[in-house]
Design a protein around this ligand. Structure first.
Ligand code: SF4
Ligand code: SF4
Length: 442
């Protein structure tokens, strides 16, 4: 089907793109000396290590598993010897075990790995669980759980998110160009068991990706490449569903409740690849960029590689002051570059003192720009006041929990208020109160 230009969009900001690595073909990072593989790299239960100190491991070997429903296994990204099992704290503050592997640089593949044999929808979903796939766009939600929706007959549409609206990041763009065949195979595999209409949403600032995807899917029935307006955060779930299907996801509902599955383009590409070679999720494509990166790149990085190893490979000068896992709008600041790369990382953005410096806050001038730009139609200025007064009732009334932390309000504010940051803190405050109330009522 032909490309469709879409004019529907929720609110958002025109942020600078900085897509310096658009033409940087993905290069494999040399195997590091050591990898540290966290037993929690997804939304859900922590895995238990299946190996112990001194064990030899192969590439792709399952080294972590959980019997909980919401969890996916973890696999070794490198062959070598288990040097230790340590306790680690994730950037989100959750404690989990981690398997430390001293690599042998031989990258010996687990001999039990083979192309999965799939005859039914149940086997397809089970294979996706075994692959360790989580949403590669950033959320880390186990993909098999999305497809295990209790009312699969209601699912009519699949929205494939290739918007990649965050500044600097081009990892999904390179997936579109370098893994086109895998993406097509992934779409076909999903449609074998879920007869959905497919929309691939790509921002208009990526004409090459739009052209390649259109060419590759032209002979497929009910697949449309939708050229989205280049507006941040076009890739946010609610925004892209509205822009591609015209559906509005009501408050408290999931896209699936409205008959829509949403998947990231790299997740779909991974499915296509996994069904061919059976190699689980062990590598991740990362864009490394930022104002003090002189050699920006797209790298295929073994999961568990330390951030410092990636920065050293890109010859990032030592005088950087801020490293973000992700882009400048939604990325999480890294407190320690010894932290390992995990499944849902898609970029490292590194800033100098000048690039990282936030201008001083001044008083709110009640201009209302933060309200008119919010894609979720929240009232950031009022939320800030409610948080400053620790008024959790008002925070709940103003629906702070719906904030997607896109950062548009902070970006547009002429008084440079730290609105998005306050919303993060407000959400934690509200959660703490809810937990306390639940405990009191038990
Ligand atoms: S954009 Fe900034 S100055 Fe304007 S109302 Fe919102 S917080 Fe106040
Ligand atoms: S309030 Fe939340 S969702 Fe709205 S613009 Fe700010 S960060 Fe984005």
């Amino acid at each position: 089907m032909a490309i469709v230009k879409n004019k529907k969009f929720l609110n958002g900001a025109h942020v600078p793109h900085h897509k310096n690595t658009n033409d940087s073909q993905t290069l494999p990072l040399p195997v590091p000396e050591r990898v540290t593989i966290l037993m929690l790299q997804h939304m859900g239960a922590v895995c238990e290590p299946l190996v112990k100190k001194g064990d030899s491991v192969f590439v792709g070997q399952k080294i972590g598993e959980s019997s909980e429903k919401m969890s996916v296994p973890v696999h070794a990204s490198c062959s070598g010897t288990v040097q230790d099992i340590i306790s680690y704290t994730t950037p989100q503050g959750i404690s989990c075990p981690a398997v430390v592997i001293d690599t042998d640089k031989l990258q010996t593949m687990d001999p039990s790995i083979h192309k999965p044999e799939i005859q039914s929808k149940e086997e397809f979903i089970a294979a996706l669980r075994e692959s360790g796939l989580v949403g590669l766009g950033g959320a880390g939600f186990p993909t098999f759980m999305k497809l295990n929706y209790p009312h699969p007959e209601k699912i009519q549409q699949l929205v494939i998110n290739a918007a990649e609206c965050e500044p600097y990041i081009t990892a999904d763009y390179r997936e579109c160009l370098e893994s086109t065949e895998n993406i097509v195979r992934g779409i076909q595999a999903i449609r074998k068991y879920f007869p959905v209409e497919v929309f691939i949403g790509v921002e208009s600032n990526k004409p090459k990706a739009i052209e390649v995807l259109d060419q590759a899917t032209r002979t497929l029935d009910r697949v449309t490449v939708v050229e989205l307006k280049s507006l941040y955060p076009q890739g946010a779930e609610k925004s892209i569903v509205y822009a591609t299907t015209g559906k509005v996801i009501p408050q408290g509902s999931l896209p699936a409740d409205c008959g829509v599955l949403v998947m990231n383009i790299s997740s779909v590409g991974f499915i296509g690849k996994y069904l061919e070679d059976g190699i689980p999720l062990i590598n991740k494509r990362l864009t490394v960029d930022g104002d003090c990166v002189t050699h920006p790149a797209n790298l295929l990085v073994p999961i568990g590689t330390s951030i410092q190893d990636v920065l050293d490979y890109c010859q990032v000068p030592q005088d950087y002051v801020k490293v973000l896992m992700g882009g400048p709008m939604m990325g999480i600041a890294v407190s320690d570059t010894a932290l390992p790369v995990v499944k849902n990382n898609n970029a490292l953005t590194v800033f100098s003192e000048k690039g990282a410096k936030l201008p001083p806050e001044t008083a709110c001038i009640r201009c209302g720009r933060c309200i008119s730009i919010c894609p979720i139609h929240l009232m950031p200025a009022k939320l800030e006041k409610a948080y400053d007064n620790r008024n959790t009732e008002l925070l709940q009334e103003l629906c702070v929990d719906l904030c997607i932390n896109c950062g548009c309000c902070s970006y547009i504010c002429p008084a440079r208020r730290h609105l998005a940051q306050k919303n993060q803190l407000a959400k934690s405050l509200l959660k703490q109160r809810q937990v306390k109330e639940r405990k009191t009522n038990e």
